[in-house]
Design a binder for this molecule. Sequence first.
Ligand SMILES: NC(=O)c1ccc[n+]([C@@H]2O[C@H](COP(=O)([O-])OP(=O)(O)OC[C@H]3O[C@@H](n4cnc5c(N)ncnc54)[C@H](O)[C@@H]3O)[C@@H](O)[C@H]2O)c1
Length: 337
Amino acid sequence: MKTKIYITGSSGFIGFHVAKKLLDKGFKVHGFDSMDNYYDVNLKKSRFNILKKYKNFFFKKGSVENKKIINKSIINFKPKIIIHLAAQAGVRYSIDNPEAYLNSNIVGTFNIIQIAKKINVKHLIIASSSSVYGANTKFPFKEIDKTDLQISFYAATKKSTEILAHSYSALWKLPITMLRFFTVYGPWGRPDMAYFKFTKNILDGKKINIYNNGKMYRDYTYIDDVVNGIYKLLNKVPKLKQKKSFRNDSLSPVAPFRIFNIGNTKKVYLLDFINTLERELDKKAIKNKMPMQKGDVQSTLSNTRLLKEIINYNPSTSYRFGIKKFIDWYKAYYKKN
Ligand SMILES: NC(=O)c1ccc[n+]([C@@H]2O[C@H](COP(=O)([O-])OP(=O)(O)OC[C@H]3O[C@@H](n4cnc5c(N)ncnc54)[C@H](O)[C@@H]3O)[C@@H](O)[C@H]2O)c1
């Protein structure tokens, strides 16, 4: 029988790609998503419409903070693995809407951890974020680094879920893998993210806001590298007794629990990124230089040695290639040729 996998946030950017890959590989996948209107719901519907064509795809609409709905759906499906990607994402929105983050991210993740324990899942995989490194200044970021300096409420909720998950993993020997994603981008991406807004505004002849006068860099991770990473991790279930060196680095000597960075391990300066976009779009951006945005970190860069050790993770997509793939998708989807 095919392994059953439950994915929350399946109509979202990463959830959609993960679900599609697993369906293509023949898994039985159950999706769950609130279809909220934080960004264009039609984009979520378009992703969902692709997934629903698969006969092995099942779906329930609901919010993870609604315990009754999520519990019933998971208990009925009886998944072996849960991949929890649903969250209120976005750093900037969390400044004015902290409660949405408290509910979706903290209460929602708590519900998922509890039900995972109740039905004894083989492996629970949860999305965290590179933003937990906050104001750290030692680059690249390693999983073992201290993460006590979050500077946005979004990041604070993500860090909280890591701690909640660890306590359950230690108490109940629940195998949990947490993934700190570094600026994931690509086709079917998120309209609230900078690369998406830049592309849209450049094509529409509108100005783009460049924070901190462009003096920042990001570790941009192409969606296929993220999806392949998650796929290879499915059966790499953390054990209580891990190799000593590994145990020390992945933060838990007392629980079947691991944290991994998933990044591309390369710095891309914001102005270089915009130049590449301009070249690929064959159009100049109207640049509006702005001061640093509250809650934003200046730079991110991942060290992914742990992931390489476990799954031979080797992110292979250069950002120039990735941007081109994104633009091709954008133009086709929004009929911009
Ligand atoms: N994309 C990135 O660069 C990035 C970086 C770091 C972390 N992450 C994390 O990865 C995960 C997936 O992110 P994404 O980029 O695909 O975002 P996304 O917003 O596209 O996907 C999240 C999905 O979850 C759904 N959702 C939101 N709140 C929900 C709730 N309370 N109940 C049920 N469904 C809900 C949304 O409708 C959406 O479809 C999130 O946990 C996010 O915080 C993403």
